[in-house]
Design a protein around this ligand. Structure first.
Ligand code: ATP
Length: 299
């Protein structure tokens, strides 16, 4: 299990990470979320032992993360970090050696992974001749060639088409099944929602919301009612407990303060003709994220 305990990191006088704590169990996918500059990369770098926290501690299976342990961690960075003049095979031999793997093991795993990612034919191609999506696959393979126990994925789907997003998703879920602890960061909340059981939202280095996604959704009071039919936006907006009404192409989305106000909206809808849909939904993670970040910035 990865344990991050009360970690704080300053750059000079600037506090980039502020008393952050979370843990990620084996076989768990954890979301580290936040707007640009929230402190995610700084946290990843501290986990990878590339920079030291000023206070607090980070352990993996109760041990401080040192060089031996980083061999067991995979890190897919947001920036491309490929040696583009090398071939895929040369790159993997280099990365594998950095993770203390012998050549036979690297080549055996590489063949399997190239096949899994459907790019076996590119093994001897120079990386700079590959498409963006295929380079992302190579980068992903370099992050997991060491069969990591802890895998950090920073925007893993950037530059991928929907078919390849599906492929990456299934590989990530296979790794989870095998017991890998995975930390996942993305600005795409729909992707986060597909994967992460547990998450933390950072604002200016500080956690503003954390816990299991299903609890976060359940506890979040604001609910959404979707209505399709002959209703009037202005009438909906006047109902007690309604926060906002959004008219989309074929429906109305009514945000209410909490579940108990649904009956007020329903009373109104009953008076209208041709209402074909009335359902209450939980908010999306995107909506919760925007609301929580907004609150933290006093908006
Ligand atoms: P993004 O989503 O844009 O990648 P992030 O959440 O990863 O952002 P960090 O890169 O961790 O954010 O940066 C957190 C804060 O620390 C930012 O305000 C950034 O400007 C600052 N920062 C990061 N690295 C340094 C550094 N080496 N020296 C000084 N300040 C830094």
């Amino acid at each position: 299990m990865l344990k991050v305990e009360n970690v704080t990191k300053y750059y000079g006088d600037f506090k980039a990470v502020d008393n952050l704590s979370f843990d990620v169990d084996s076989g768990e996918i954890f979301g580290l979320l936040g707007v640009n500059g929230a402190g995610k990369t700084t946290t990843f770098r501290m986990i990878m032992n590339l920079i030291e926290p000023n206070s607090g501690k980070i352990t993996f299976n109760n041990k401080k993360i040192d060089y031996n342990l980083t061999d067991k961690i995979g890190f897919l960075t947001e920036e491309r970090s490929l040696l583009t003049k090398l071939t895929v095979k040369e790159q993997m031999l280099f990365y594998g050696a950095l993770k203390s793997l012998d050549e036979d093991t690297i080549l055996r795993r590489l063949d399997k992974l190239l096949k899994r990612f459907e790019i076996s034919e590119y093994k001897d191609r120079k990386i700079n001749t590959l498409s963006k999506g295929n380079q992302q696959k190579v980068q992903f393979i370099s992050a997991i060639i060491n069969e990591p126990k802890l895998l950090i994925l920073d925007e893993p789907f950037s530059g991928l088409d929907p078919i390849n997003i599906e492929l990456f998703k299934s590989v990530i879920l296979e790794l989870k099944q095998k017991g890998t602890s995975i930390i996942f960061s993305s600005h795409r909340m729909d992707h986060v929602e597909l994967f992460c059981e547990k998450l933390v939202i950072l604002v200016k280095g500080k956690s503003v919301l954390e816990g299991y996604l299903k609890d976060i959704k359940k506890d979040y009071k604001i609910k959404k009612i979707i209505i399709e039919g002959d209703v009037v936006k202005k009438d909906l907006e006047k109902i007690e407990g309604v926060i906002s009404v959004l008219k989309t192409a074929c429906s109305y989305e009514v945000n209410i303060r909490d579940e108990s106000y649904s009956k007020n909206v329903f009373e109104y809808v009953k008076t209208r003709n041709n209402v074909t849909k009335y359902v209450m939904e939980e908010p999306s993670l995107e909506e919760i994220f925007v609301a929580k970040v907004g609150e933290a910035y006093g908006k």
